[in-house]
Ligand binder design. Structure first.
Ligand SMILES: *Cc1c(COP(=O)(O)O)cnc(C)c1O
Length: 488
């Protein structure tokens, strides 16, 4: 499979690249993204053959379909990362919470958020590619809390890759901060920034664009790369669990092969939803993908009104911080798929220059063939958490946003898969409050919920509170460059 660019080709890059090229240098012409030139198709023979498959075997079969330039031995070793999930036989359990609703739990990996699903194997593949080419990479990440820990975990002690991770000091939960600052790996540097997530993100973008910074990195033979969700190396792993979850429904006779289902996806940067869209295009029987947001509801506006307007929005902090995003990068790949490179470039130019773009009524209709959307406030989310806790199921605040879309948007009575993107333990103060108890710190909240609702706190979370702090750097934005160069 080869990859082409969402905004067309400006002549400075090859017109088509391989999978490994798209992974190592993910930025395309005109600031666009790489997308597969042609998606493989999944017929019912393929799906039938894999209803009982182990997760890793399904991954291998899909990689074969995608026909990418990764050695079989490297792919196998990358997939062995799923062995560290709670149940290696079933890394993505599906839990029935209503007669027709099933939660696909994507968070059974080492950092308890769905980022592990893709970042775990992807990190192995990227560092192996770098090692084989004899190249050294610096991966920089700015995080509001989930990407940072997952990136640090996957590249821990990787040869040929260093990681610099920026987080807003005071802007993450205790658990998220501890996951980062207790990470013990010589190739990784974690830096707290005085400021909020936007400050960390802006500082990162400035560095990525700085020629003098890149020149100094070259002096130490280091190239920059990114492991954020615009990297197609992550997206490919996010197609697979949608197929797996559907096959589990077939396997349990909840649907018959070919029967359509709804997906509900709590969305931020749209990587998870894009994986579902590609699975649908490849032939998985999906009626519609229902996009759930918090009150940062720019995706709801896009999908219900055809408007993507940053000028009338400002980012609001919510209890589902991984979805506090206004510039949702992966939407561009859907626009490309539906409207082609010229129109995509025009829409993205409008967004950059005017802060908004507007789809024509026909374009909106095309988008709504595959998607619908709704959003959920923090208060509504807490009510959802409380009501399911009563029935014995504890969910995190991101997952909780999905129930409103599930209730409001389905036009047919079809089975529904709701994606759960974090374990409750990562957001325990919010969950605790939803259940009627105010806890000051994560540790109190974890204990209270665990005792009162009889749910375990996994070892990798409880241990965090006893680990030594390795990274205690907290600095001003202006000092980041110097700090990173010192580390390199
Ligand atoms: C990253 C994240 C999301 C958003 O996923 P996207 O693929 O960026 O849309 C939702 N919930 C949690 C807990 C996350 O960590």
């Amino acid at each position: 499979m080869t990859f082409i660019e969402t905004r067309g080709n400006d002549g400075s890059k090859p017109s088509e690249v391989t999978f490994s090229q798209a992974i190592l240098s993910p930025s395309a012409s005109f600031g666009g993204l790489y997308v597969p030139k042609k998606l493989p198709s999944l017929d019912f023979d393929f799906l039938d053959a894999h209803t009982q498959s182990h997760y890793k075997d399904l991954c291998k079969a899909l990689f074969e379909k995608f026909d990418v330039d990764i050695d079989e031995a490297d792919l196998n070793a990358a997939l062995d990362r799923y062995d560290a999930f709670d149940d290696p036989e079933d890394p993505v359990p599906l839990v029935k919470i209503e007669e027709d609703a099933f939660v696909s739990e994507l968070w059974h990996g080492p950092t308890r958020a769905f980022k592990d699903m893709a970042l775990q194997p992807f990190g192995y593949i990227l560092s192996k590619l770098a090692e084989k080419r004899g190249e050294k990479y610096l991966i920089m990440a700015a995080t509001s809390g989930d990407t940072g820990p997952a990136t640090l975990e996957t590249f821990k002690d990787a040869p040929s890759v260093k990681v610099a991770c920026l987080y807003p000091d005071g802007g993450t939960s205790d658990v998220q901060r501890l996951q980062m600052v207790t990470e013990e790996a010589k190739n990784e540097k974690v830096i707290g920034i005085h400021g909020n997530f936007d400050d960390a993100q802006t500082a990162l973008k400035n560095l990525l664009a700085s020629e003098s910074f890149k020149a100094k990195l070259r002096e130490s033979h280091t190239q920059l790369s990114a492991a954020n969700s615009v990297n197609f190396g992550r997206i490919i792993f996010q197609v697979i669990y949608h197929i797996h979850s559907y096959l589990q429904l077939v396997n349990r006779s909840e649907v018959s092969m070919g029967e359509a289902v709804y997906l509900v996806v709590p969305s931020g940067n749209f990587g998870n939803a894009l994986g579902g869209y590609y699975a649908k295009k490849m032939g998985l029987p999906i009626e519609k993908i229902l996009i759930s947001s918090n009150i940062n509801n720019i995706l709801t506006d896009l999908i219900t009104k055809g408007e993507y307007d940053l000028t009338c929005k400002s980012l609001v902090q919510t209890t589902s911080p991984a979805m506090d995003i206004l510039k949702s990068s992966n939407v561009e790949r859907v626009l490309f798929d539906k409207f082609g490179p010229e129109r995509t470039k025009q829409l993205m130019d409008d967004l950059n220059e005017k802060g908004k773009y507007i789809l024509s009524p026909e374009e909106l209709e095309m988008l709504r063939e595959d998607f619908d959307a709704d959003f959920c406030s923090d208060e509504e989310g807490k009510a959802v958490i409380a009501s399911y806790a009563k029935k014995g199921y504890i969910m995190d605040p991101h997952t909780a946003t999905c129930l409103k879309a599930y209730e409001n948007l389905r036009r047919k009575s079809l089975k529904t898969i709701i994606y759960s993107t974090a374990e409750w333990t990562k957001f325990s103060p919010t969950v605790c409050e939803a259940l009627g108890h105010k806890a000051k710190r994560d540790l109190d909240a974890l204990q209270w919920v665990s005792e009162h609702y009889n749910v375990p706190v996994p070892k990798m979370i409880s241990e965090l509170f006893e680990k030594p702090i390795i990274h205690d750097t907290v600095i001003d934005k202006e000092q980041i460059e110097e700090e990173i160069l010192k580390f390199i």
